[in-house]
Ligand binder design. Structure first.
Ligand code: MGD
Ligand code: MGD
Ligand code: MO
Length: 765
């Protein structure tokens, strides 16, 4: 049993609201991180763990995917990275006695905060059909059982193999190889809910589904636009890069409905001035955009650039446009017809405010645009990101120093997992390479992404669910529907480090397979192993854990996949046991199958790792349908919530990692001891006749096939907050119940977690 239950599951009884902060990080950040580390790990283990984060022979931080500055100098301190390490390296344990004491029904009523705080999973656990308790099972027994159920399916497409983005390249490569050898492309991943829209838009327009900048480029840019991202909380180390850029003269524009503290001012705890002074002012311009106004915003900027060029300011890179792009004329014609009234409505800006933003663009010879979830989780996310590309192309801002597209990725290896083939719609070239290397025949039918996987479970078409990390039931939209869908499965399997809501939402049979985390030593037959990961900017490097594993019973993710594959596919031509024994042998194969990885086993010895080739960045080579970078024409539609309605976005607090809730505070936004809050502009509250501090239900409205569907999230405290007009915000995952499963982005099929139409009703007693 966990030594103590340190987190009372008491709801928001002690909720406190203070004034939002105007700056990020600094001493309170250091103090918060150290407190959490020492509570979870003790002083000695904290020091051991934290000194090895992102060091040449250490482990890759399990926090975000922001790149490390060359992996050389001492620990680049980041409050939220330290929390992620503490969460994994905790000394608390969830043992079989814990599961004997708590039924699944009981666990299902607990919050993810409480569940995560119980500690690390230590033992494989099995829930037989009809039982309400997990019971211990041997690892071999558990794997045998899964293999048996998989082999018993009528069709491999009845199984779903989910991946979250912490899985190493080696584990991901083996996992997709196993799944495809088994016969399906049902490989949904967290990317489907995250940067899928970026991947879709960039692949189409630039020929690569990734960003086109390096960390050094940030310092060389004359302007960095940060749209739909909250780096102070979610990529704290990015603030250091921004501060450095700023000191070198780079201008910064923040585009966001919320005045996020980290975008406004940064106090660097690693600099004396960050400890005592007022810090560095980051944003030169804060554009307080209406939710989902970005497509209109980037079109307006494009139009103003074209107008300035016509006025003789010579701001277009005509040579680049002529040589490397197509679609320019159609783009210009479309912008000639741009409807300003619509632009002003969509953005919530005045023409003068937009002109101010355009002046920053016009004054900059090199521009980087950074973005994250604020841009990717809307119906029109793919067209919105195409508009970013349009703007960049106008000034030739691709493939030159200090310029480019910078989608800032979330999970620490989500980009690497995709590179390794975790994808439901793999390219033919990748499958052909797998077939040739291993003598398998990979299936060619596209598989299910996250949303389609939920539908397949709901409709009884999928019968087995396996989750490689993550928290599928909480991270996905439409919580109530997803829970019902999951409960229909014959078998649900979670490969996890920590307990979460998905362990309490089970199929007829269920298994928990506890696994090693990044920080832990991974010993196999040939000795200690390391793995590799790819950061947000396409740098690949090694990661080696040193801490003693949380329990002797843990298997690495690589071991789990290889053992499962061996048992499920006894005739497989893949040398699974060799792979498990020596990860170098997996890397030999990655080197032969995945472009850019040749010589992987040697290359990973270089400190800081090596960059993957990137056509647009390295040589202005565009692997698109036409071989050119593509201007596109995108339709501007204004999202109208309707009378008495608001547009709700679901965001992360400063004290969580996705569905892992570290604590109940959101320091920068002034929230303490609670999460069921909804941020609303005070003028909107006045219009709606709702008081600051009132308790309300949030009701989303969605035109479903059978008429207007309503989804309700009960008892949220209203917080009057300086967000853009008509725009509300509540925390993910509490608000996921409001996001309809069918409300997804065009093309990328990403749930629209940042534009949910809601109304507020006084809470019922
Ligand atoms: N500590 C910590 N670090 C993390 C994570 C975490 O949970 N905790 N999660 C990781 C993951 S997986 C990811 S994907 C990233 C997420 O990183 P972010 O994308 O920064 O995360 P969100 O909290 O979703 O914040 C979205 C931001 O976009 C703004 N926004 C919302 N809608 C719009 C819009 O329509 N237009 C514009 N311009 N802005 C908008 C919001 O106000 C908010 O500032 O962080 C990663 N890093
Ligand atoms: N409403 C709304 N929904 C969203 C979002 C949003 O902004 N709004 N954001 C979306 C985004 S961007 C993302 S990326 C997804 C995240 O979706 P997921 O990746 O599925 O969710 P996480 O909360 O990151 O997963 C946490 C769990 O991962 C397990 N874990 C941690 N480390 C490891 C490891 O090393 N190995 C293994 N095997 N398991 C590990 C732990 O058991 C932990 O409980 O959520 C999406 N959902
Ligand atoms: Mo993400």
């Amino acid at each position: 049993m966990a030594k103590d239950a340190p987190v009372p599951d008491q709801g928001d009884a002690n909720l406190k609201i203070k004034k939002p902060k105007r700056w990020a990080a600094g001493v309170p950040g250091v103090a918060a991180a150290l407190r959490m580390s020492q509570e979870q790990m003790g002083v000695r283990r904290s020091a051991l763990a934290l000194l090895r984060v992102n060091q040449p022979d250490g482990f890759d931080c399990p926090g975000c995917a922001w790149p490390e500055p060359h992996h050389t100098h001492t620990f680049e301190f980041c409050e939220n990275g330290a929390k992620a390490v503490a969460e994994e390296a905790t000394l608390r344990r969830v043992t079989p006695e814990f599961f004997a004491a708590h039924s699944i029904t009981e666990l299902a009523a607990k919050s993810d905060h409480w569940l995560g705080a119980q500690g690390r999973l230590t033992t494989p656990m099995y829930k037989p059909a009809g039982a309400d308790h997990y019971q211990p099972i041997s690892y071999a027994g558990a794997l045998e059982l899964i293999a048996d159920r998989l082999r018993g399916l009528d069709d491999p497409d009845q199984a779903i193999f989910y991946t979250s983005g912490r899985t190493s390249n080696e584990a991901a490569f083996c996992y997709q190889l196993f799944v495809r050898s088994f016969g399906t492309n049902n490989l949904p991943d967290c990317s489907n809910m995250c940067h899928e829209s970026s991947g879709s838009a960039l692949t189409e327009t630039l020929g690569i589904g990734k960003g086109t900048v390096t960390l050094d480029d940030l310092g060389r840019a004359e302007l960095i636009i940060i749209a739909g991202q909250n780096p102070g909380t979610n990529h704290p180390r990015m603030l250091t890069a921004l501060e450095t850029a700023k000191r070198g003269g780079t201008k910064i524009m923040a585009v966001n409905p919320l005045p996020e503290a980290g975008l406004l001012r940064f106090k660097n705890p690693q600099r004396p001035s960050g400890v005592v002074g007022s810090g560095t002012e980051l944003a030169d311009l804060f554009v307080q955009l209406r939710l989902n106004g970005d497509l209109a915003f980037f079109q307006a900027l494009g139009k103003m650039v074209l107008e300035a060029d016509r006025a003789g300011r010579g701001v277009l890179d005509t040579d680049f446009i002529g040589r490397h792009t197509d679609g320019f004329t159609a783009y210009v014609e479309a912008l000639d017809r741009l409807d300003w009234a619509q632009v002003l409505r969509a953005t919530g800006q005045t023409r003068e405010q937009l002109q101010q933003a355009a002046e920053l663009v016009l004054g900059a010879k090199s521009i980087i645009v950074c973005w994250a979830m604020g841009l990717t989780q809307h119906k029109n996310s793919v067209p919105t990101i195409r508009e970013i590309v349009n703007l960049l192309l106008l000034g030739g801002n691709i493939g030159r120093p200090g310029a480019g597209a910078c989608p800032v990725r979330g999970h620490s290896n989500v980009q690497g997992d995709r590179t390794m083939g975790i994808y439901e719609k793999p390219a033919e070239a990748f499958l052909a390479a797998l077939d040739a290397e291993f003598g398998i025949t990979a299936p060619r039918r596209p598989g299910h992404d996250v949303v389609d996987a939920i539908r397949a479970l709901r409709d009884g078409e999928a019968r087995v669910f396996i989750g490689m990390g993550g928290n599928f039931v909480r991270a996905t939209p439409d919580t109530a529907l997803t829970e019902r869908a999951m409960a229909k499965a014959d078998l649900t399997v979670q490969i996890s480090t920590k307990l979460n809501g998905s362990h309490a939402c089970v199929g007829r049979e269920a298994l928990i397979l506890p696994t090693l985390g990044r920080t832990e030593r991974d010993r196999q037959l040939t000795g200690d192993q390391r793995v590799t990961v790819e950061d947000s900017m396409g740098m690949v490097h090694a990661s080696r854990g040193r801490l003693a594993p949380a329990s002797d019973e843990l298997l690495s993710e690589v071991a789990i996949v290889c053992e499962l594959a061996r048992r499920t596919l006894p005739d497989s031509p893949v040398p699974w046991s060799t792979f498990r024994a020596d990860y170098d042998r997996i890397r030999d194969r990655i080197a032969r199958v995945v472009p850019g990885f040749d010589g992987l086993n040697t290359k990973i010895d270089s400190p800081g790792g090596f960059p993957l080739p990137n056509g647009p960045r390295d040589s202005r080579t565009f692997n698109t349908a036409t071989g050119k970078a593509r201007f596109t024409v995108n339709r501007l539609e204004v999202l109208e919530p309707g009378p008495g309605r608001l547009i709700l976005q679901t965001v992360r607090s400063h004290d969580q990692y996705n569905t892992t809730i570290y604590g109940l505070d959101d320091r920068y936004r002034g929230i303490a001891d609670g999460r069921r809050v909804v941020f609303v502009n005070p003028d909107d509250l006045a219009d709606l006749g709702i008081a600051d501090g009132q308790l309300v239900d949030l009701i989303s409205e969605w035109p479903g096939p059978g008429g207007l569907e309503e989804r309700r999230a009960e008892r949220f405290r209203v917080v009057a907050y300086p967000t853009a007009r008509e725009c509300a915000a509540a925390y993910f995952p509490e608000a996921n119940v409001l996001v309809p499963v069918d409300s997804t982005a065009e093309i990328s099929n990403t749930p629209t977690s940042k534009s949910v139409i809601i109304r507020l009703e006084p809470a019922r007693d």
